[in-house]
Design a protein around this ligand. Sequence first.
Ligand code: NAD
Ligand code: LMR
Length: 331
Amino acid sequence: MVKVTVCGAAGGIGQPLSLLLKQSPLITHLSLYDIVNTPGVAADLSHINTQSKVTGHVGKDQLEEAIKDSDVVVIPAGVPRKPGMSRDDLFKINAGIVRDLAAAAAKFAPKAFMLIISNPVNSTVPIVAEVFKAMNVYDPRRIFGVTTLDVVRASTFVAELIQADPKSLRVPVVGGHSGVTILPLLSQVSGTEKLSQEQIEKVTHRIQFGGDEVVKAKDGAGSATLSMALAGARFTLNVVEAAVGGNLNIVECTYVDLDADKEGAADTKKLVGEDVEFFSVPVQLGPNGVEKILPIGQLNKFEEGLFASAVPELKGNIVKGSKFITEEPKL
Ligand code: NAD
Ligand code: LMR
């Protein structure tokens, strides 16, 4: 039995993500929570002839019922960007939304894998971690920032340039999930050696600012939803597949507390600094979530420069998220 709850299920990401999850034979109960419209979304999805039961829950009064005993809680709840905004501009609204959902999960589903999509991910993941710590149920192996869209984008953009198959090309993207904190490691992808330095710099910038490309094109109507739903479903299903399907061959880059595997993260800590608590790293998934943190691997000089710009910004984002709970606890 696998219960997956989507919080923000009636939204631009929530609906297509739920549709993709409904197709999985691994999920037995798909629980849809939002502050609006979930009864309709649930009724609609429940007519699809796959095995999972779909339930819709709307409003705070139904949050306990929605989340209780979930194995996985996916959170794409909150507001998206408009042109001219940074992800950090969303903090004011989304931090409180994520805090309250995390508190409910810590209370009613403390063992759930928490998959955080709501921006700014660099700060919302530390918020969830601090809520779980405050409620004495913290296990760093079970909380993930979903950065899969950066990997999906990187694979698409790089494949276009080197004429590879975008579906099978894997470009590692580490760091965080905003602008210069997004660190694609193109030197580790075979085929990129034929690109000029100018091409490398251009595509790196495109991967780092791919979200802005969509925000600009949507022109006030939100940010990436469909590509994010695909990326979110891929990550969710991989977590489930490793946890209950017993598949130990799944590696995804994801933003985690590096304490989830201190030994595995030792080299990354040496590179980014002992005081950087959260970083997106290649993670081998397993029955308890993070099975192993794998090494980031070799960087070239250009990538070392990218790391140097990323770390101070990322540290600020992490502290901002953590302090939101430790300095104003409202659990
Ligand atoms: P949206 O506005 O279309 O949907 C958000 C949904 O959240 C809405 O249905 C809204 O009712 C719901 N919601 C608001 N407050 C809630 C609460 N307290 N509890 C439950 N649900 C609540 O937005 P979207 O386009 O789906 O984006 C959602 C979030 O995902 C944004 O913060 C966006 O920046 C982020 N995002 C992250 C990534 C990533 O790569 N991690 C990619 C794209 C978007
Ligand atoms: C993205 O990368 O598309 C998301 O983080 C949404 C955004 O605000 O860009």
